[in-house]
Write a protein that binds this ligand. Structure first.
Ligand code: NAD
Ligand code: UD2
Length: 311
């Protein structure tokens, strides 16, 4: 029987993680989410789930929550996940993406609160536009937006706290996650959630550029399985791991596969590439592959599951 705190648990990855953890019959889950991007519909109706609609930037609230409950595992997923938002509102997003997380780990440290493992979700964004491929965790980083700066700073804070104060904490850099429950509401939502939405509605889709840009698309089921694995593996500590499929795929290739799976044709046009868009990105996943729990769902299989979840 384990108790989990998941910040951002009403979002895409957080709700998939909640579903996975609830498969173990005695796990209990506490979610803190302000529903700025997540949805109440994503939260299962279960007496093992406690939901607080609240911002993690309320430091007093988070301190009290941590002090008054005993969580075995803490998963930090809450973030303003849109890079574009962090360019528009760098200070406000910084308060969520970095300061709120620092408050949480500082509370754990100063109050000497016991817990088994804390996980923090970082991003491939920390690599920036450096040309070396595939991206390895020991490469130099180049965070080019406040989003990436905050992800990198929080990673470093967590790794340093883990080392300096012997706290069991670990970070991962997610690449392009796709799958059920991803919200297509923003133009900066994951591109495959937008493609799926447009295939279903027939509304127009715009390729930014020629569609030959490449990404490392990783199925959300593999991501939440890896989060659980990192939480349960004591050796994964004071460190950061890429979570990716380790495969490079063009946007054109993945769109063609989705058209085939859905039997629909995308109503597509092309515009210039987005300013600051990275042309190519994929991960060296060998560091996380040292753990037996890591599973790589082939793209065709993950896309089929995604389509089936919507049909
Ligand atoms: P998401 O937007 O679906 O989930 C984030 C959740 O955090 C949302 O439910 C949102 O309502 C909540 N939130 C935002 N601000 C909050 C606040 N102040 N207080 C409480 N809750 C707040 O995004 P996601 O794709 O599920 O991302 C989860 C994490 O993974 C984020 O930290 C994101 O930066 C990171 N990440 C995601 C991807 C990806 O491909 N989806 C890639 C790299 C990193
Ligand atoms: C991802 C992350 C971002 C950051 C970045 C780091 C997501 C949603 N975003 O951005 O947070 O970590 O990686 O490198 O995971 N595109 C279109 N049409 C659309 C939408 C997108 O052509 O309507 C293109 C877009 O220009 C890009 C590609 O699709 O070339 C992927 O876009 P994305 O927003 O899904 O992800 P990315 O890699 O830009």
């Amino acid at each position: 029987m384990s108790s989990y705190l998941i910040t951002g648990g009403a979002g895409f990855i957080g709700s998939n993680l909640t579903d996975l953890l609830l498969e173990a019959p005695t796990n209990t889950i506490t979610i803190v989410d302000d529903l700025s991007m997540g949805s109440q519909d994503n939260i299962p109706d279960s007496d093992r789930v406690t939901f607080f609609e609240h911002s993690i930037t309320d430091h007093a609230f988070m301190q009290a929550l941590l002090r008054e409950n005993q969580f075995d595992y803490i998963v930090l997923l809450a973030a303003v996940a849109s890079v574009a938002d962090s360019v528009e509102r760098p200070y406000e997003t910084h308060l969520v993406n970095q300061e709120a997380n620092l408050n949480i780990i500082e509370t754990l440290r100063t109050a000497h609160l016991p817990f088994k493992k804390l996980f923090f979700a970082s991003s491939a964004a920390v690599y920036g536009e450096r040309p070396e491929l595939p991206k390895r965790e020991d490469m130099a980083v180049q965070p080019l937006t406040q989003y990436a700066v905050d992800k990198y700073a929080t990673e470093r804070a967590i790794i340093n706290y883990a080392r300096l104060y012997d706290m069991p904490m670990v970070c991962a850099r997610f690449f392009n996650v796709y799958g059920p429950k991803q919200n297509p509401a923003s133009p900066y939502s994951g591109v495959l959630s937008i493609v799926m939405d447009r295939l279903a509605s027939g509304k127009p889709f715009t390729f930014f550029g020629d569609g030959e840009q490449t990404r490392d698309f990783v199925f959300v089921g593999d991501v939440v399985n890896a989060i659980r694995g990192l939480l349960q593996t004591p050796a994964a500590k004071a460190d950061v791991f890429n979570i990716a499929n380790g495969k490079q795929t063009t946007l054109n290739q993945v769109v063609a596969q989705l058209e085939q799976l859905t039997g629909q044709t995308l109503n597509a046009s092309h515009e210039a590439a987005r300013a600051g868009d990275i042309r190519d990105s994929y991960a060296d996943a060998s560091k996380i592959d040292q753990f037996e729990f890591m599973h790589h769902t082939p793209l065709a299989e993950g896309l089929a599951k995604y389509v089936a979840s919507i049909a």
